[in-house]
Design a protein around this ligand. Structure first.
Ligand code: IPM
Ligand code: MG
Length: 397
């Protein structure tokens, strides 16, 4: 009996290892890094998602339409609205991303994506994999870049979260060995670690940031986190001007709320799950997860999104229109930056800082005690059009 159980588990693990070794071969082959200057039109897919997604995606689209008006009318940029990445449709076809929608997404160079509901055990939906995770894997979006800034507290962090490996690589492929024994897997590859860590160091170098922190739990999770840390320390030698240190995730979560110590952190690179958790904590310090955007970068495709989920409860309670659109608009700024419109991205970032952190003439509370997303967005657009935008922003630095 026991032999049979173990054989079944071994076969399962064997299949997973095959898939992972294939994936590593694909990373080794590599994709050419896309050059947006050479592309016309740059196709930007806009995916509403579900829950509050379509509401906040819509506001982000309005902002981009204003800031990219010239390029949209000259044909340098094209927007494509991609409908149907909803939990209902995904449940109907029992796939994290329906085939036709995946095809549409692959026709775009970059996408702006609203949150999508991730079914949990016990939900009325089939237990399909998260659309986010599936897209990250499918499009090989290996870097999840999440900036968090709170100027008044001296906080200016950029997290580089590994986005295709760690506990997420096989998060839906664990095994119930028996009724009593469940096993999940975590995966770290040399190639996967190198590319994210190098990207983080390159970012530090390019932006004259002299500090980079590698976060793991390598004292306990010795093999996979140990590998990530060791590779990080090796790569650090190529960047002598960037001071690299390493912290364990537990004490890191503590230090992020230590007003004296947290200022020292600048660029942080970390495996998937730790990055997931730490960036929510960091975003909370900035004003909540509703305020933070996130870039999922690969060599060929990139996807920009909010860091939070679809908040179905807000929709059920009729509060969707009060959802804070800042996360999606920040994601839109990151998208513009990524495709070569750095100045306009900076301008939008400043306007967001002014409206949501400094001036706060309107505040989103997620309910009728605050502004609607639409009202907030109108306020933001007025701020963008203010000829004193830069001076205003400087006042608060
Ligand atoms: C995020 C989200 C996702 C994640 C969920 C929705 C699967 O929390 O982007 O941080 O865990 O990566
Ligand atoms: Mg998260």
């Amino acid at each position: 009996m026991r032999n049979k159980i173990i054989d079944r588990a071994k076969e399962h693990v064997g299949r997973l290892l095959e898939q992972q070794l294939d994936r590593i071969e694909r990373i080794k082959t590599g994709e050419k890094v896309i050059d947006y200057l050479q592309i016309q039109p740059i196709i930007v897919g806009i995916i509403g998602g579900d829950g509050i997604g379509p509401y906040i995606a819509n506001e982000a689209q309005r902002v981009l339409e204003v800031l990219l008006a010239n390029e949209l009318s000259s044909g340098k940029i094209e927007f494509r609205i991609i409908e149907g990445l909803t939990i209902e449709k995904r449940a109907e076809v029992n796939k994290p991303i329906p085939e036709d929608i995946l095809e549409e997404i692959k026709q775009c160079h970059v996408t702006l994506k609203g949150p999508t509901t991730t079914p949990r055990k016990g939900d009325p939906w089939p237990n399909i994999e998260s659309a986010n995770i599936a897209l990250r894997k499918e499009l090989d979006l290996y870097a999840n870049v999440r900036p968090v800034r709170v100027p008044k507290d001296g906080i200016d962090w950029t997290f580089f979260r590994e986005n295709t490996e760690g506990a997420y690589a096989l998060g839906s492929n664990g095994i119930d060995v028996t009724d009593d024994l469940a096993v999940d897997f975590t995966v770290t590859s040399t190639q996967g670690s190198k590319r994210i860590i190098r990207l983080a160091f390159e970012y530090a170098r390019r932006n004259n940031i002299n500090k980079l922190t590698i976060v793991t739990k390598a004292n306990v999770v010795k093999t996979t986190d140990g590998k990530f840390l060791k590779i990080g320390q090796e790569i650090a030698k190529d960047y002598p001007e960037v001071e690299a240190d390493d912290w364990y995730i537990d004490i890191m979560t503590a230090k992020l709320i230590d007003p004296k110590r947290r200022k020292q952190f600048k660029v942080l690179v970390l495996p998937n799950l730790y990055g997931d958790i730490l960036t929510d904590e960091a975003a909370e310090l900035q004003g909540g997860v509703g305020t933070a955007g996130s870039a999922n970068i690969g060599d060929k495709y990139s996807m920009f999104e909010a860091i939070h989920g679809s908040a179905p409860r807000m929709v059920e309670e009729g509060r969707a229109k009060y959802a804070d659109p800042c996360s999606m608009i920040r994601a839109g700024a990151m998208l513009m930056n990524h495709i070569g419109f750095e100045d306009r991205a900076r301008k939008l970032g400043m306007a967001l800082d002014i409206t949501s952190q400094f001036e706060k003439k309107l505040v989103n509370t997620g309910r009728d005690t605050g502004a609607t997303g639409r009202e907030f967005c109108d306020y933001l657009l007025d701020t963008i059009n203010d000829s004193n935008l830069k001076e205003k922003w400087k006042l608060y630095q």
